[in-house]
Design a binder for this molecule. Structure first.
Ligand code: ADP
Ligand code: MG
Length: 428
């Protein structure tokens, strides 16, 4: 169904068309059918299915027409700064012909700009729980005015320990009957359901194709490889497939750092994105990656949470995720509505359990690829010394101990037969 078929305000339709959206995605169609009538919803739909526009279109349309919402704010609570920034961007695009005042609020940046924004009088407030709570406790933000509440990425929010903050925020709002409430999540877990039932008005639970957790259009592949030659295989894959850009996931910060550095030494333009980097640096990296200034972004799950990249060619799981749901979050990034992409996972010793959990969660076996010996490329960074780690204090020790553990692994290697032992043929 086309957006035009919804009888939306013409300037809003104009913004939607400018944004390039014509057909609604399934979650948009199902959500808008309820929310445009002012009903509350709790929506489960996988990453990349267009949940953002589902709530933004709702709140714009309702704020344009519903007199009861006059002078009230729409509040969008999100787990991360990056997500706040991205939603703000999307909101401003759709708002282009409308003139609502939109602001985003998150920790890690100074108060000055945010306070002057608040003084302007906002219609749409987007923020992370901590900063919103802080601003409202200090009296800068009046949550009694909340006419529409959106809780986005609820599962992440609760995973990250924001439940107490959310509860405090809810207490500062008018009673639930006096606002429209929407909750969105890739998975509706017990906590999300409880919040929905206790703090929303008889919400309608929408589950958009729950049986299909992975996005159909993603081309998934799995390679078994011994951990100490993973880099060689990844280099070979990157050379052979030459993706325009790729998001590479590791489970630990120091591995993300190390992998990005190694890629650089092998001639790739790459950066790492980890939670310990200052906020301004993280935003800059994301911006540059989106602008195509470098091709390979190596990130941890937390740092990449909520990151939306249009036209991402490939996702590589350098490490298999420890949490099976993260597999879906990770690979979903390469199949944002309308695009299809590739997700390559490298499975090493000791990850068989994770793999089994992932495969039962997504309801399919990930097709296994055999890596030909030719696919392993020489790692030009070999001998790269840990001393090259920037002197930023604490993490250096970890970094060195990683090298030690790697060496230990090398001597103890009792790899199983399905892990390729090509190491003798390369690099050494
Ligand atoms: P989610 O929040 O479900 O993970 P997003 O809202 O971030 O997904 O949307 C994913 C991608 O799909 C974005 O790049 C967005 O611009 C795009 N998108 C959303 N709705 C549509 C649509 N109706 N048609 C085309 N692209 C869309
Ligand atoms: Mg989203």
């Amino acid at each position: 169904m086309n957006f035009n078929e919804l009888k939306l305000e013409s300037r809003l339709l104009h913004g939607i068309a400018d944004r390039g959206y014509r057909e609604m995605t399934a979650v948009q169609e199902q959500t808008l059918a309820k929310t445009l009538q002012g009903l509350d919803v709790a929506v489960q739909s996988q990453t990349g299915t267009g949940k953002t526009a589902a709530f933004l279109v709702t709140l714009f349309e309702r704020m344009l027409f519903d007199r009861a919402l006059k002078g009230k704010i729409a509040l969008i609570i999100v787990p991360t700064r990056e997500l706040a920034v991205q939603i703000e961007k999307e909101a401003k695009l759709l708002n282009f012909h409308l003139g609502f005042v939109i602001g985003s609020f998150y920790g890690g940046v100074g108060y000055d700009r945010q306070l002057s924004l608040l003084r302007k009088g906002l219609d749409i407030v987007i923020g992370t729980p901590g900063r919103l709570l802080d601003l409202s406790t200090k009296g800068y933000l009046n949550l009694r005015n909340t006419g529409i509440l959106v809780i986005d990425e609820a599962d992440r929010m609760f995973d990250m320990g924001f439940l107490p903050d959310i509860k405090k925020l809810l207490q500062k709002m008018p009673p639930r009957q006096a606002r429209q409430n929407m909750l969105f999540s890739a998975t509706l877990n017990r906590v999300s359901r409880k919040i929905a039932i206790e703090h929303m008005n008889h919400p309608i639970f929408l589950e958009v194709t729950p049986e299909q957790l992975t996005v159909d259009t993603i081309f998934q592949e799995l390679y078994y490889v011994k951990s100490h030659i993973k880099m060689n295989l990844m280099l070979g894959i990157l050379k052979a497939q030459a993706p325009h850009n790729a998001l590479i996931f590791t489970n630990m910060r120091y591995v993300a750092f190390r992998v990005a550095k190694k890629l650089q030494r092998n001639g790739f333009r790459s950066q790492h994105l980890t939670g310990d980097l200052p906020q301004s640096r993280r935003l800059k990296i994301i911006e540059e990656f989106m602008a195509g200034k470098f091709a390979l972004l190596v990130a941890t799950d937390v740092a990449a949470r909520g990151l939306h990249i249009d036209n991402l060619d490939m996702v590589i799981n350098y490490d298999l995720p420890l949490d099976r749901e993260n597999y879906v979050h990770r690979i979903g990034r390469t199949a944002r509505a309308g695009n299809s992409g590739k997700a390559i996972s490298l499975a090493s010793e000791g990850t068989a359990d994770h793999l089994e959990a992932i495969e039962s969660f997504i309801g399919m076996k990930i097709p296994v690829q055999t890596a030909d010996i030719d696919l392993f490329a020489t790692d030009m960074s070999l001998g790269f010394s840990p001393r090259n780690k920037p002197r930023n204090g604490g993490s250096r020790k970890n970094y060195r101990s990683n090298f030690n553990s790697k060496n230990r692994q090398r001597t103890n290697n009792r790899g199983r037969s399905k892990f390729f032992g090509a190491e003798k043929l390369i690099n050494q």
